[in-house]
Design a protein around this ligand. Structure first.
Ligand SMILES: [Zn+2]
Length: 317
């Protein structure tokens, strides 16, 4: 799959005045706004900041659970599963903290993770048969190093999905066949992230402090400003170019065009409609500006190659 570049000159902003200040846009997160992309309800960032200061999150699992319980319903699926695992374990081990509980589960989850990873690494290694000799040799080297890490129960440095994909991209960047290049990367992207698999969450977080583990359970749900036209492509830094998106979706998109984000999140157009319906309801109560909604609808329509066509007819009813 080739990444398309969105040309900035195609975009003509019909609204010149900034419809909402940053503060006004952030305030909308007080009203259970669903993420534009995944549709999950978002958490106001100020609540997250307050949680960062709670000493209970470093205490026993029981203490941390009582602080986090009100936010269970906004946790993303993997994080909610881990939270439920903590609740079950805390009954049995009331004095242990999140880190100690994850340490107890680490070995079994690491084994499950390595099983998933090794299938993917085998698939990538298979390409050595059809790649130019130099590239095949470099992939072999990368795989030997990677296997040394994942099969070592106490590796010097833990496996990093991000670094692995970065190194792989570098090795195959000069391949002539874009199709093969994209196939290899597509396989590598299937490597589990801590947001996709409980086992990856447990392995990644078992090394962290209890308070960090606790915050990682809710961090993906924190509401953020997504630059619809990425900043690196000279996208505006105000509400004419901002959509409310959860931290997980915002971080996953990087600087890719919205059309690519839809390929990876096929329900995004429907979820965007749910968000805009919610914004229209708030607008009728005087809590959101009509101009922001009209601009959001237009920008999404253009930047998504017309894949997101939102119905805002209720605005005028
Ligand atoms: Zn999201």
């Amino acid at each position: 799959m080739e990444k398309k570049i969105v040309k900035i000159e195609n975009i003509s902003f019909k609204v010149c005045e900034i419809p909402l200040t940053r503060k006004e846009l952030k305030n909308l997160l007080n009203y259970h706004i669903p993420c534009l992309c995944c549709g999950e309800e978002m958490l106001h960032p100020d609540i997250y900041t307050k949680l960062m200061e709670m000493p209970e999150l470093s205490g026993s699992a029981l203490e941390a659970i009582s602080v986090l319980s009100p936010y269970e319903k906004i946790m993303h699926p993997v994080e909610r599963q881990v939270f439920n695992m903590f609740k079950t374990m805390a009954v049995k081990y009331p004095d242990k903290n999140f880190k100690e509980l994850l340490q107890m589960k680490k070995d079994i989850h690491e084994l499950a993770l390595v099983k998933i990873q090794s299938v993917i690494f085998n698939k990538i290694s298979f390409y050595r048969r059809i790649l130019p000799k130099k590239t095949a040799r470099q992939i072999r080297k990368l795989m030997i190093k990677t296997n040394d890490i994942i099969y070592d129960p106490e590796p010097h440095k833990p496996f990093s999905r991000r670094i692995f994909i970065y190194k792989l991209k570098n090795i195959i960047k000069n391949l002539e066949s874009k199709k093969i290049k994209e196939e290899i990367l597509e396989i590598a992207r299937r490597l589990p992230r801590s947001s996709d698999e409980v086992c990856a969450f447990v392995v990644k977080n078992a090394r962290k402090r209890s308070s960090v583990i606790a915050l990682n359970l809710i961090h993906p749900s924190v509401g953020t400003f997504e630059h619809l036209m990425p900043k690196c492509m000279k996208g505006l830094n105000n509400s004419l170019n901002f959509a409310l998106e959860c931290s997980y979706c915002n971080n996953s998109r990087h600087h890719y065009p919205i059309s690519v984000q839809i390929e990876e999140n096929p329900y995004m157009p429907q979820n965007a409609q749910i968000q805009i319906d919610k914004l229209i309801s708030l607008c009728k109560k005087g809590l959101c500006k009509k101009e922001y909604i009209i601009n959001l609808q237009q920008i999404l329509h253009i930047l998504s190659d017309e894949m997101i066509c939102l119905d805002i007819s209720r605005l005028d009813v």
